[in-house]
Design a protein around this ligand. Structure first.
Ligand SMILES: [Ca+2]
Ligand SMILES: [Ca+2]
Ligand SMILES: [Ca+2]
Ligand SMILES: [Ca+2]
Length: 274
């Protein structure tokens, strides 16, 4: 944090007077905007702090989680810190843990970083132990968390715990949904009951869209024209035979007025019936 501008890191690097002021404000619920997150280990009081400087290396986490507890397992507390969109590329997360003498022993900490949101599995974690900070001081601890997002799309390489289907191409990110394409026309079924698959690459007879209104007829899909006058919707636009002017007035072969209908003898044609 800014209050500890001595340029050194590690337990004991503190400026007591400034820390005391910062602590008092934080304990009163003020000044938290100087940090990405605040972890309050003792709700009743706080008289010392530990600033976790969580430095991602090779990626930008969508979220981090910091947890601490005393050596004997008591006093467990944690906080999740979603990435602020205003954070610069590669910036560290600063999380201050507010402590009291209720946690006298060594502190156990674990910091987890997540690819996108904190409700998924972490891509990288670091667990460590630190001594209890002195009263009135904010100690610092630097945590470096490595993972690889080579193409910078926010999704981490699979080799370092992420889900990026191709970490050399920013336009290819995590797994997508694939829909059955039984008629092989490149359009997946739009049925709500179609069995979908979530994967980087689709299995055979699956498509990456669900726009096919009839997956049993390769001549029916959004990629078709309304090509057949047959009482069916060939192009999946929810209109039937809209290209054929059905119902419009026409002249019967023998004279007189009729209406345009599909020709039952030839589904690509119309006829005039009276
Ligand atoms: Ca990618
Ligand atoms: Ca299809
Ligand atoms: Ca049709
Ligand atoms: Ca249609």
């Amino acid at each position: 944090m800014m209050a500890v501008a001595s340029g050194c890191l590690g337990i004991g690097c503190t400026v007591p007077e400034t820390d005391q002021f910062t602590l008092e404000r934080l304990c009163e619920g003020q000044g938290s905007q100087a940090f990405e997150g605040v972890l309050r280990a003792d709700p009743s009081t706080c008289d010392r702090g530990l600033e976790l400087i969580v430095q991602p290396m090779g990626f930008n986490p969508g979220c981090i989680r910091a947890a601490l507890w005393a050596k004997d397992g008591t006093g467990a507390a944690s906080t999740v810190v979603p990435r602020n969109p205003n954070m610069s590329h590669g910036a560290a997360f600063h999380v201050v843990a507010l402590l009291s003498d209720a946690l006298r022993d060594e502190l156990r900490l674990e910091v987890d970083a997540f690819e996108q949101t904190c409700d998924a599995a972490p891509v990288t974690s670091h667990a460590f132990t630190v001594g209890h900070p002195e009263k009135g001081q904010i100690a610092q601890s630097l945590i470096e968390l490595p993972a690889l997002d080579a193409d910078g799309d926010g999704f981490i390489s699979k080799g370092t715990g992420g889900t990026d289907c191709n970490d050399s191409d920013w336009s290819i990110k995590d797994k997508i949904l694939w829909y059955p394409d039984m008629d092989g026309d490149g359009y997946g079924s739009n049925s709500n009951t179609a069995p979908v698959v979530r994967a980087c690459s689709g299995p055979s007879q699956y498509a990456n869209n669900n726009r096919d209104c009839n997956d049993n007829d390769s001549l029916i899909s959004p990629g078709q024209a309304e090509l057949r006058c047959d009482g069916r919707d060939d192009n999946c636009d929810n209109r039937v035979d809209e290209a054929f002017n059905i119902g419009a007035t026409c002249v019967l072969p023998k004279g007189g007025r009729g209406v345009i209908t599909c020709d039952p003898a030839n589904p690509s044609r119309i006829t005039c019936t009276g």
